[in-house]
Every structure is written in structure tokens, then in C-alpha cells.
Design a protein around this ligand. Structure first.
Ligand code: SAM
Length: 206
């Protein structure tokens, strides 16, 4: 791992310590998760939040992350199985999950269009997506994104409306709701018209 990647790993791991059991309960309640369901946390890092969601809901929670050191830590947590891979080419069959989480990770994904289509593909029809991001229209968020770019991280943030449109294009309908400060959450449902059984062609033009 490069020194830069290692620095980002440590930064992300530290930030993930903010998650508590009540955050897991809030997500389980918001998504109506019940025991036995299957949840994917894309860019779930070291699996702190995934663990809390698993404990609160009784669901199986998988973490997908492209950072090997984070995946190793996440995989050691109760209720969590972690897989090394990229959000733009998820190593799961179609319609595997009841819910997909992208919490503070989507703006870091380099190939976002493919990640959105992959999210639709691995979700069952009627499955839910929860994305938590910060609105780049806010000054505080822009400062954070600028810092992240300066330290070499991939950063492509979206306004709440632009993010909802991206998911709409892939067959995920929903809306973004503003939270406190510069935060917002998109909650969407995968409709029947989402593409399935199609491998992603990274060179395809929309
Ligand atoms: C800011 S951290 C958020 C971690 C966790 N979701 C949380 O809220 O604590 C962003 C995470 O996204 C992961 N990530 C970024 N791009 C990714 C990609 N293309 N595929 C998989 N994981 C990715 C990073 O490795 C990192 O663990």
C-alpha cells in the first residue's frame, strides 16, 4: 500500500469511530430492517457502522471496500462479513441484497455511474438504498472536499438533487432530505425497471 493510501486508511478508520449503537438503530428503523435480511455497506471501511446495523437489526451485513486493511478489520466484527472489491464492479450476483448503504463513501468513488448501476443490480426489486453525503453547496462541505483533494483523495461530490437524478437514471426512485448542517441523505427504492443481468461496460457512453 502506498504512503498516501495508508494515510487515507488511517483517517477513514479514525472517522468511523464516531458511529455508535444508536446510529445502527436509526438506520435499522429508517429502512425497516428485520432479522434475517441482507444488507450491503458499500465503502463500509472498517465496519463500525455495519456492526451496529447488524446488532440493531439482526440482518446479515456485508461490507464492500477497496481498502484491504479496512476489509480485514471489518471482517473480524460480529455480524459483518467483508469483501475486498470496487463499488463499480461489485462481486455479488444480481438481486442479492434487501438494502444498500453508501455512507460518506459515494463522493470518494471514482466511477460513480457504474457504482450506481451496480447498486441497482445487486438490490432486489423493492430494495432500499440509503446514501449519506454532504452538500457541496455548503461552505463547510466545500472546505472538507478541498482538503480531501489536497491530500490526494478522489472526490466528486453532488448536490442532493443531482445525486437523486443519478440514482433515478439507474432505476432507483427516491428523494434527498437535508439533515443538520451540510449533511443530507438520499433514500431510494429499486424499481422493476432497474437493469439486471448486464455486466457493466466501463467504456460505454451514456
Ligand atoms: C470516508 S470513508 C467512509 C467509511 C464508512 N462508510 C464510514 O462512514 O465510516 C470512505 C470509504 O470508501 C471506500 N471507498 C472509496 N472508493 C471506493 C470504491 N471505489 N470501492 C469500494 N470502496 C471505496 C474507502 O476505502 C473508505 O473506506
Amino acid at each position: 500500500m502506498s504512503a498516501h493510501a495508508s494515510k487515507s486508511s488511517a483517517r477513514f478508520a479514525k472517522a468511523s469511530e464516531r458511529w455508535t449503537a444508536s446510529d445502527g438503530t436509526a438506520i435499522a428503523t429508517e429502512l425497516g430492517l428485520s432479522a434475517g435480511c441482507s444488507v450491503l455497506d458499500v465503502g463500509g471501511g472498517t465496519g463500525v457502522l455495519a456492526h451496529h446495523v447488524a446488532a440493531a437489526s439482526g440482518c446479515r451485513v456485508a461490507v464492500l471496500d477497496h481498502d484491504p486493511s479496512a476489509v480485514a478489520i471489518a471482517d473480524s466484527r460480529d455480524g459483518v462479513s467483508a469483501v475486498l472489491g470496487d463499488a463499480s464492479a461489485m462481486p455479488f450476483p444480481d438481486a442479492t441484497f434487501d438494502a444498500v448503504l453508501l455512507i460518506d463513501s459515494f463522493h470518494h468513488v471514482a466511477d460513480q455511474r457504474s457504482a450506481v448501476r451496480e447498486t441497482a443490480r445487486v438490490l432486489r426489486a423493492g430494495g432500499l438504498v440509503l446514501v449519506a453525503e454532504r452538500d457541496p453547496a455548503h461552505f463547510a462541505a466545500m472546505l472538507t472536499y478541498t482538503y480531501e483533494r489536497v491530500i490526494g483523495e478522489s472526490v466528486s461530490p453532488h448536490t442532493p438533487q443531482a445525486l437523486a437524478e443519478m440514482f433515478h437514471d439507474a432505476g432507483i426512485e427516491g428523494e434527498s432530505r437535508l439533515g443538520s448542517g451540510d449533511s443530507y441523505r438520499f433514500l431510494g427504492v429499486r424499481t422493476q425497471r432497474a437493469p439486471s443481468n448486464k455486466r457493466i461496460n466501463p467504456t460505454a457512453r451514456r
